[in-house]
Design a binder for this molecule. Structure first.
Ligand code: GDP
Length: 364
């Protein structure tokens, strides 16, 4: 599964957000099942209204959304990489995530201490990121001597790795994150293998006061500008409101959202943005037994998509009967789409599109 880590300074709203994520999912157990694997890991369903539409048309007995995990990575403070060093648990947690969400405090509240005594989301971001960059530097510098030794022994992989390590060290020493290095497609796998904390795609989460949930505020504008500069994504959210929303039944929730001027809970946006960040997309299978959403990387071919269901589907792939989501809905399901000539027979080279409703033909 795919994992998104939640990091930030203390008292910025991480736990509030994480708890809201887990509660929302728990409250909507039927639609969006949730389970806590460990105290800090939340397994959430991807909010996907299209899936429920398909299930309605196909009269599916069961609806199975795709999922991703959020990991609450607590325990980061300024100077953490010196002194005690980042805790091992902290490092282990963050190394295994696919993307990192930085929660940044964009709300003022005199009753809630800010560790640095002032509200400044961009400086907070720098503090956290600096700790992660220092941890990356340390881990690379530790690995280098052994790699050099291997490279002297004419180990080709070691030589290639050293090139990547040096690229990473160069930017890190310059105070920039590893994700600012451009990597050729051929080297991506080895690059990922370095397991650097600052190499993962980031999501900026601006946690604003309740009154600014719909509009954002001056602080969140700074965060958005920073995200744009980085080519990253930003989400504006009020953790307090999300916590309240998470307690409400569906109809009460809709009413409250309307009074706030919000179209949907911010958490849905956050989950979806996390999904986009990972360059993932969804295709569907739909029938009387179940309607189900499947997660695949953008650009995946039909056999690869089939392989997510079962490796046999990939190995024995013959073709995929494919209906776009819009055609499926417009023709009221598979039979109607067939009559209208909207079922395409796609082969091995087909690049699956987001929202495709698919039926795989395969040989054993
Ligand atoms: P963490 O240390 O980052 O996990 O922060 P918490 O989630 O524990 O939040 C710290 C305090 O800030 C708590 O008292 C929260 O209720 C409060 N808080 C979190 N989000 C908001 C918000 O959007 N507005 C206000 N006013 N307070 C918030």
């Amino acid at each position: 599964g795919f994992k998104c880590g939640i990091v930030g300074l203390p008292n910025v709203g991480k736990s509030t957000l994480f708890n809201a994520l887990t509660k929302t999912a728990a409250a909507q157990a039927e639609n969006y099942p949730f389970c806590t694997i460990e105290p800090n890991v939340g397994d959430v369903a991807i909010p996907e209204p299209r899936l429920f539409k398909l299930a309605e048309i196909a009269k599916s007995a069961e609806v199975i959304p795709s999922r991703m995990q959020f990991v609450d990575i607590a325990g980061l403070v300024k100077g953490a990489s010196q002194g005690e060093g980042l805790g091992n648990q902290f490092l282990a947690n963050i190394r295994e995530v696919d993307a990192v969400a930085y929660v940044l405090r964009c709300f003022e509240d005199d009753d809630i201490t800010h560790v640095a005594g002032r509200i400044n989301p961009l400086e907070d971001f720098e503090i956290v990121e600096t700790e992660l960059m220092l941890a990356d530097l340390e881990s690379l510098e530790k690995r280098l001597p052994a790699l050099e030794k291997k490279a002297k022994g004419q180990d080709k992989d070691a030589k290639a790795t050293i090139v990547l390590v040096e690229k990473a060290l160069e930017v890190l020493r310059d105070g920039r994150p590893a994700r600012s290095v451009e990597i050729d497609a051929d080297d991506r796998k080895a690059w990922k293998g370095l397991q650097l904390l600052t190499q993962k795609p980031v999501l900026f989460v601006a946690n604003v006061d309740e009154d600014s949930a719909a509009t954002g505020n001056d602080y969140s504008k700074q965060v958005e500008a920073k995200a744009a500069e980085e080519g990253a994504k930003a989400v504006i959210i009020s953790a307090r409101i999300e916590a309240e929303l998470a307690q409400l039944e569906d109809d009460e929730q809709a009413e409250y959202l309307e009074t706030l001027g919000l179209e949907e809970p911010g958490l849905n946006r956050m989950i979806r943005t996390g999904y986009e960040l990972l360059h993932l997309q969804t295709y569907f299978t739909a029938g009387p037994k179940e309607a189900r959403a499947w997660t695949i990387p953008i650009g995946a071919t039909a056999p690869k998509a089939a392989g997510v269901i079962h490796t046999d589907f990939e190995k024995g792939f013959i073709r995929a009967e494919t209906i776009s989501f819009d055609d499926y809905v417009a023709n009221n399901g598979e039979a109607g789409a067939k009559e209208a000539g909207k079922v395409r027979l796609e082969g091995k080279e087909y690049i699956v599109q987001d929202g495709d409703v698919m039926h795989f033909r395969f040989a054993n």
